[in-house]
Design a protein around this ligand. Structure first.
Ligand SMILES: Nc1ncnc2c1ncn2[C@@H]1O[C@H](COP(=O)(O)OP(=O)(O)O)[C@@H](O)[C@H]1O
Ligand SMILES: [Mg+2]
Length: 317
């Protein structure tokens, strides 16, 4: 939903990420409410695996989230090169689970867990991003609001990771994130999405009525993935901590430092050393000059959509 830019806070002398609402949504009260909710949720979460928010600013009627700049690649970019090993998958999955656990404990469900919302830093740390359609647990049980936001979610995100209850527009709780976590695990291990469809209807049908090929998974984690992907939420893990513990029990204890080193090299991204692209530089200078919007009255970058989700200026460096 947002456009994200790399920028520089000249007062505090640090690199930051700025997330803006696209102009088409800047005056949409529902989009603004989601944006502010994202800011509040991030502010209430203080966790090493969740990107930190530094503030929310307003300028010329536009609103901006000022975020910790998370370097590295999204999990989506990593998976575009193929599946991960079991060790790499476990390392990432455990950190994602820890982040989700913290959110759930704070009463927040993410509702949009997918590879483009997970970033891997060059030193191998995992950061969960994008609480843009997250929701407080109590209100998520309100059927009318759940349906509304699910409708919005279908418009702004890929539904491939949505649980059967979310795709139906039904009640959604933390177990819906557990489903998405199962989809993530499946994709990391096989390089394929757990549920596919060329149209929305086909995809929704696959999510509700078909099972992925679980035999493609290593035996040690198969049960965990199957348990996350139970169609009926009452059959799923009741909380993400249980899934994490089960994954941990199956985790090999030997060679952690070796695994860590392998992940660091696998995720080191030479693109990061490059200078920011011209649109980003323009934004930086605007920020420095206290003028965020260009003299040309349009935001710096039109965000293209690719087949697997939005890319942003940060992605396009
Ligand atoms: N704090 C951040 N640091 C670095 N890159 C980020 C940050 N937040 C988002 N991004 C990048 O921007 C992309 C889109 O941001 P996201 O918050 O997921 O917005 P959207 O609602 O558009 O999906 C992410 O996939 C990631 O590549
Ligand atoms: Mg996103």
């Amino acid at each position: 939903m947002g456009n994200v830019y790399r920028a520089s806070d000249t007062r505090l002398g640090r690199e930051i990420a700025i997330k803006t609402l696209p102009p088409a949504l800047a005056r949409d009260p529902a989009a603004l409410a989601r944006f502010e909710r994202e800011a509040r949720f991030l502010a209430s979460l203080n966790h090493p695996n969740i990107a930190t928010i530094y503030g929310i600013e307003e300028h010329d009627g536009g609103r901006f989230l000022i975020l910790e700049l998370v370097p590295g690649e999204t999990l989506e970019a990593v998976l575009a090169r193929g599946p991960l090993s079991l060790d790499q998958t476990l390392k990432i999955a455990l950190e994602v689970a820890t982040a989700l656990e913290a959110a759930h404990e704070a009463g927040i469900i993410h509702r949009d867990l997918k590879p483009s919302n997970v970033k891997i830093t060059p030193d191998g740390r995992v950061k969960l991003l994008d609480f843009g359609i997250a929701k407080n647990l109590p209100s998520a049980t309100d059927a009318s609001s759940a349906a509304t936001v699910t409708r919005v979610g279908m418009l702004i995100g890929t539904p491939a990771y949505m649980s059967p209850e979310q795709i139906r527009g039904g009640e959604v709780d933390r177990r819906s994130d557990i489903w998405s976590f199962g989809c993530l695990l499946y994709e990391m291990l096989t390089g394929r999405r757990a549920f596919k469809g060329t149209t929305y209807i086909e995809l929704a049908d696959a999510i509700r009525n078909t099972e992925p090929d679980f035999t493609a998974l290593p035996e040690r984690v198969r049960r965990v993935v199957m348990h996350c992907l139970k169609k009926d939420p009452t059959d799923r893990f009741n909380n993400i901590g249980d899934a994490r513990r089960e994954l941990q029990e199956g985790e090999p204890s030997a060679g952690r430092s070796g695994i860590f080193a392998a992940i660091i090299s696998a995720f080191r991204n030479p693109r990061q050393e490059r200078q920011p692209s011209p649109p980003v530089l323009r934004l930086v200078s605007r920020w420095r000059g206290d003028r965020l919007f260009p003299r040309r009255r349009r935001p710096p970058e039109v965000v293209p959509e690719n087949s697997r989700g939005q890319r942003t200026a940060v992605d396009q460096r």
